[in-house]
Write a protein that binds this ligand. Structure first.
Ligand SMILES: Cc1cc2nc3c(=O)[nH]c(=O)nc-3n(C[C@H](O)[C@H](O)[C@H](O)COP(=O)(O)O)c2cc1C
Length: 446
């Protein structure tokens, strides 16, 4: 079906569109399952709602959290979600994707510790002293999307190279091995801050996701399945050797970039999940108990990972189809590793009905936890409303306008321009004025 904006006035209208588009997408009238607790890693997650990792691009030039980072995480903590997945944090200065990207290191450890403590204090202040959300810090290297430092990729890619900076170099095997140790050092800092887990980020075509699809690379990190997963598994093993903290992965299951240049994708660009399924089973054997699944590349094919209504990129399909594809992929991976706790993605476009889709997917066993990305910028207390009021309110919802992403691409701090306008509208105006002067476009789309 053709692209359409969200226009549903009643859940039945959405159900009718789902039926018309012929996709399989469960919708539940009952939201109670979202309030239930869940044991994972020997701990109790207080409910089934997560704040997804969402970069705010609002750190200091040295990578420490700044004023707006503190504000965001206090709001996230107060929001009532049982799983707080803190955004992509670079493991090296060169691995940052923008000049305000968070980068955890020994010097700025105290600021990160304050950020964490404030977030947890806000959670307790609003949800009660017994409320203890599970916390994850996402660790990343931006790879071909590193900025302002030199970009590195793991292999040439005819689909992505034309839209990446030509000064990019292919990272050597020795540098990859050294980088493994940087992940470990940052994981140890995350543990000392108090995070329950680190996420070794393997999605959205940043470095480790590229590594998974390095079919054409030679050497010990390219070619065979074993070589392509080596970097990720080495990091897991090295972290495990130094600490017993929990390890999780945010993983792309489908890049939508044809084989041999995309992961989880066949020659025609369709999902081909054999390798992601195999990796899930290996991760389980390595002690990983939770994986957060996503798809696509936000710079190249954004609709694959986040349906939107408007913006500079108009998807070639109906947003219901985009979301259903991702949610059905998650279902297939859950079938392949039923004991693994899966966090799902794809609910923000559905406004308040995102809660009904989330409840439907969890009831049917497609996933265990529903994560919300853009919705958490617009409506950080969506979880509290679901739990206390039994609903999400339309007036507070994300309108899938893509402005948070555009803010990020145009050098602003990212947040919701519409629902949090008192902070982000002026930042948006400045960023869009700057945009016309931008010479460094890193991607085809924003
Ligand atoms: C501004 C912005 C920042 C994001 N930052 C991250 C990030 O740090 N790590 C990550 O894994 N995904 C990141 N994402 C992707 C989201 O976590 C999520 O997968 C995506 O928005 C789709 O979910 P949604 O439909 O609930 O928004 C970001 C997305 C946006 C729009």
């Amino acid at each position: 079906m053709q692209h359409q904006k969200f226009s549903y006035k009643h859940l039945d209208e959405l159900k009718e569109d789902i039926r018309r588009s012929g996709v399989d997408l469960p919708v539940s009238e009952q939201l109670d399952i979202l309030k239930t607790s869940l044991p994972v890693y020997g701990k109790i997650f207080p409910n089934r709602l997560a704040i997804h990792p969402m970069e705010g691009c609002d750190g200091t030039s040295e990578g420490a959290p700044d004023e707006l980072s503190f504000r965001r995480y206090e709001r996230f903590g107060a929001g009532g979600a049982g799983l707080l997945w803190v955004e992509a944090c670079a493991v090296t200065r060169e691995g940052r994707s923008n000049a305000r990207h968070l980068y955890l290191n020994r010097e700025n450890f105290p600021e990160f510790k304050n950020l964490f403590d404030n977030m947890m204090a806000a959670a307790k202040a609003v949800s009660g002293n017994d409320f203890r959300p599970y916390t994850v810090l996402q660790l990343t290297h931006a790879g071909r999307y590193s900025k302002p430092h030199a970009r590195v990729s793991v292999a040439e890619n005819p689909y992505l190279d034309p839209f990446s900076n030509p000064d990019r170099a292919i990272i050597t095997d020795d540098d990859l091995e050294h980088l493994e140790d940087q992940y470990v050092e940052t994981a140890l800092l995350a543990r000392d801050i108090g995070f329950d887990a680190v996420d070794i980020k393997a999605c959205h075509r940043y470095l480790i996701n590229e590594q998974l699809s390095a079919f054409t690379r030679e050497g010990r990190y390219g070619g065979s399945f074993e070589n392509r997963i080596r970097f990720l598994l080495n990091i897991i093993e090295k972290v495990k050797a130094r600490t017993d903290m929990d390890i999780t992965i945010r993983m792309n299951a489908y890049d939508a970039i044809p084989h041999p240049y995309g992961w989880g994708t066949d020659e025609d660009g369709n999902p081909s999940l054999d390798e992601p399924r195999r990796l899930m089973q290996i991760l389980w054997e390595k002690g990983v108990r939770m994986v957060n699944i996503t798809t696509g590349n936000p710079y190249y094919n954004p609709h694959i990972g986040r349906a939107a209504d408007v913006g500079p990129y108009i998807a070639p399909e109906h947003p219901v189809e985009s979301a259903a594809r991702m949610l059905n992929i998650i279902r297939e991976l859950k079938n392949a590793a039923p004991s693994m706790t899966l966090v799902g993605t794809g609910f923000s476009w559905f406004r308040e009905y995102g809660a009904h889709i989330a409840a439907g997917c969890i009831e049917k066993g497609w996933m265990d936890i529903a994560g919300f990305g853009r919705q958490s910028f617009a409506y950080p207390d969506f979880a509290r409303d679901i739990i206390k009021e039994g609903t999400m309110f339309r007036r507070k919802c994300c309108i899938a306008c893509t402005k948070c992403t555009e803010l990020m691409r145009f050098g602003g701090q990212a947040g919701c321009v519409i629902k949090d306008s008192k902070v982000y509208l002026s930042i948006w105006r400045e960023a869009t004025a700057r945009r016309t002067m931008m010479s460094d476009r890193v991607g085809k789309h924003v």
